[in-house]
Design a binder for this molecule. Structure first.
Ligand SMILES: O=P(O)(O)OC[C@H]1O[C@H](O)[C@H](O)[C@@H](O)[C@@H]1O
Length: 230
């Protein structure tokens, strides 16, 4: 999870939220439309410390509910509230790494015909031409204004990840491929073949919250046998 996507801001790579110690919120404010039946959940809370305010001088409450349902759906709901006297803006991404059988056999459906910013070409804007996104070299793109359901089809495992999102218009797609993975210390040289990041995000148009306003972003990930996917 990040509070600034990548390096598009003055903060560290992907912002600070993912590197902070969060506390458990035992008494979270109620969440509309999140039915609590047959789920286990944890509510996490991040608030800025005095030191944090020196790097980013805005008072916020960032609540994250992570739930796992009996049917295997993983849900992450983020709520960011401005408890400051002034508006502030931020970008956001759920940095979700999916486990795949072989990256060369994977296709993403739902991003075709969209415009994307290519992080490998100084964020130049292109339009997706393929009828699905497939992988044969490094990919690092921000797809803009995407539909709220994206499918990641894993042919070999006969498994499809369904990614449903709300409040997250953009989708970051990343695989470092062979050369870059050698420079990533916590990724084995060959491990890029078994991973793919498809991140629900808000990058192109950051969220601005006025004092007292709250933003909600939700992601549901489920895995279903490919034969069931139409
Ligand atoms: O290694 P991290 O800091 O988690 O970032 C890993 C990757 O995240 C995103 O997908 C970005 O688009 C990439 O440019 C970045 O390399």
């Amino acid at each position: 999870m990040s509070s600034q996507f990548g390096n598009c801001g003055s903060l560290e790579q992907h912002g600070f939220a993912r590197n902070k110690m969060w506390s458990i919120d035992y008494d979270p404010p109620p969440l509309k439309n999140d039915d609590d039946k047959e789920k286990v959940s944890v509510d996490l809370l991040l608030k800025p410390s005095e030191d944090d305010l020196k790097c980013w001088p805005h008072c916020y409450e960032f609540r994250l509910r992570v739930s796992l349902a009996m049917n295997g759906v993983l849900t992450m709901i983020s709520r960011v509230r401005n408890i400051n006297g002034k508006p502030f803006s931020f970008s956001f991404a759920y940095h979700t790494y999916l486990s795949v059988s072989d990256i060369s056999e994977v296709r993403i459906e739902g991003l075709e015909t969209l415009d994307y910013l290519d992080n490998l070409c100084q964020r130049k804007r292109f339009t997706e031409q393929g009828d699905a996104v497939t992988f044969e070299s490094e990919v690092d793109r921000i797809y803009l204004g995407s539909p709220n359901v994206i499918a990641v089809l894993d042919h070999e495992k006969k498994r499809t990840f369904l990614i449903k999102k709300k409040g997250l218009p953009d989708v970051v797609v990343w695989n470092p491929w062979e050369k870059k993975s050698k420079s990533i210390t916590d990724l084995g040289d060959e491990e890029y073949k078994q991973m793919l990041c498809v991140d629900g995000a808000v990058v192109e148009r950051p969220i601005t919250l006025k004092p007292g306003e709250e933003w909600t972003g939700r992601l549901d990930i489920s895995s279903i046998p490919s034969t069931h996917f139409i």
